[in-house]
Design a protein around this ligand. Structure first.
Ligand SMILES: NC(=O)c1ccc[n+]([C@@H]2O[C@H](COP(=O)([O-])OP(=O)(O)OC[C@H]3O[C@@H](n4cnc5c(N)ncnc54)[C@H](O)[C@@H]3O)[C@@H](O)[C@H]2O)c1
Ligand SMILES: [Zn+2]
Length: 387
């Protein structure tokens, strides 16, 4: 038995207008400081004003939000008493909003313990709207929440189907101002979701099409969106791609590139999309020998290679690296300027945490502890994962 979970999705230029018809008294917008300065919160306020909803703002979300931040946000929510929580921003703000909403409804819950198995009983006090301002994480449509345990330098994959948003507003205008590097990094996150969602063992007939479509949209539009941020056609397709990929992997699973990327993020503060995009080709190569079928099939459907089997899978890995180079993203850890000594000093932690990361469970080829270590070494030096 499988579930397919999704918010109501309003998308395309002008989607923010959907706010105008909302019913409610107070909204708490959960976001970060730069997005206030960029005027994106004001845009949302203009629509909340039309709906007659009073806006309050919690703008304390940092990239890769911590449990502490979520607790602070929940205190604000308990103080304000909103009937709408609005997660406005990249994955960090949207994930924080999901967790703040859970704590607002259920102050008895430890955020690190939000899991898929308990009944949370949400929607007694408020409902959730997500508005992405990056085109990458798909967090607007997933029920996943990624929080960072800052003391342990560890990312935790949390979430419960109930905490999916009620409405996702996917308006490309909100992502139009992303600088090229952010566009590139977050676009690689969307591609990684699409590839991992398609190739993980939990993929389904309902998630497959979304992943294929998302991957195609990224290959076709990401270089254009990075090269010319004013290309709104490319921006819109990338915004849709991220949401498609979110629906795809969010109703299947991610895989090892996410396990590895999470720890590169929590230990070396590499932005999420850059980290998972860098790891993706190594994990495809790792699967190529013993479990190449789904990767080769994806390469074929996307018109990358008709070779099939291992060769097809390797062609997909090469195509991902080509895209990374084209948009100026690193293809190995050395290119990110992380010193070998620093990397080696943390290698055991990297391997250990990646090995224990929840995203690994549905990988096409399950790595042993030693194989995970070899993957991290290959990713550092830029050697193909040929084992
Ligand atoms: N819940 C999920 O399903 C899911 C999936 C993937 C990633 N994630 C999580 O999402 C987080 C990463 O999210 P992200 O990559 O979107 O980045 P982010 O939310 O961390 O934002 C990165 C930076 O970009 C800025 N920014 C955002 N939108 C902007 C815009 N339009 N213009 C200019 N600057 C802008 C932000 O202010 C911030 O400083 C990570 O914590 C990751 O683990 C969650
Ligand atoms: Zn991701």
């Amino acid at each position: 038995m499988w579930y397919f979970v999704s918010p109501q999705i309003v998308f395309g230029a002008g989607a923010l207008d959907a706010i105008d018809g909302l019913k409610g008294r107070r909204a708490l917008v959960v976001t970060d400081g730069p997005l206030v300065e960029l005027g994106l919160v004001d845009r949302v306020k203009a629509h909340l004003d039309k709906a007659g909803i009073e806006m309050h703002v919690f703008d304390g979300v940092e990239p890769d939000p911590s449990v502490r931040t979520v607790r602070r946000g929940a205190e604000v929510a308990l103080d304000v008493g909103p009937d709408w929580i609005v997660g406005l921003g990249g994955g960090s703000a949207m994930d924080a909003a999901k967790a703040i909403w859970v704590l607002y409804e259920r102050p008895d819950i430890d955020p690190a313990a939000i899991n898929p198995f308990d009944d949370l009983g949400l929607r007694q006090k408020a409902r959730l709207i997500t508005i992405p301002t990056t085109s990458g994480t798909g967090a607007e449509v997933t029920w996943a929440i990624v929080l960072t345990d800052t003391e342990e330098q560890r990312k935790m994959g949390l979430g419960n189907r109930e905490n999916v948003a009620d409405m996702a507003i996917v308006d490309p205008v909100m992502a139009a101002g992303m600088p090229p590097q952010l566009t590139a990094d977050t676009g690689l996150d969307a591609l990684t979701h699409a590839v991992e969602g398609y190739t993980c063992t939990w993929h389904t007939d309902l998630s497959d099409g979304l992943c294929v479509r998302a991957a195609r949209l990224v290959f076709e539009n990401l270089p254009r969106a990075v090269a010319d941020g004013s290309n709104m056609a490319a921006r819109e397709r990338m915004h849709n791609a991220a949401t498609c990929a979110g629906l795809g992997f969010g109703n299947a699973m991610a895989a090892i590139a996410h396990s590895m990327g999470h720890v590169l993020g929590s230990v070396f503060h590499v932005p999420h999309g850059r980290a998972v995009g860098l790891c993706l080709p190594y994990t495809i190569e790792f699967a190529a020998r013993t479990a190449p079928e789904r990767f080769a099939e994806l390469a074929s459907v996307l018109g990358i290679s008709q070779a099939g089997g291992e060769a097809g899978a390797r062609a997909l890995a090469a195509r991902v690296r080509d895209l990374s180079r084209e948009i100026g993203d690193p293809t190995c850890v050395t290119e990110m300027g992380i010193a070998r000594e620093a990397y080696e000093a943390r290698l055991e932690k990297l391997v250990d945490d990646a090995f224990n990361d929840t995203q690994v469970v549905a990988a096409a080829r399950m790595p042993s502890f030693e194989e995970m270590e070899r993957l991290f070494v290959c990713a550092y030096d830029g050697d193909p994962a040929d084992f």
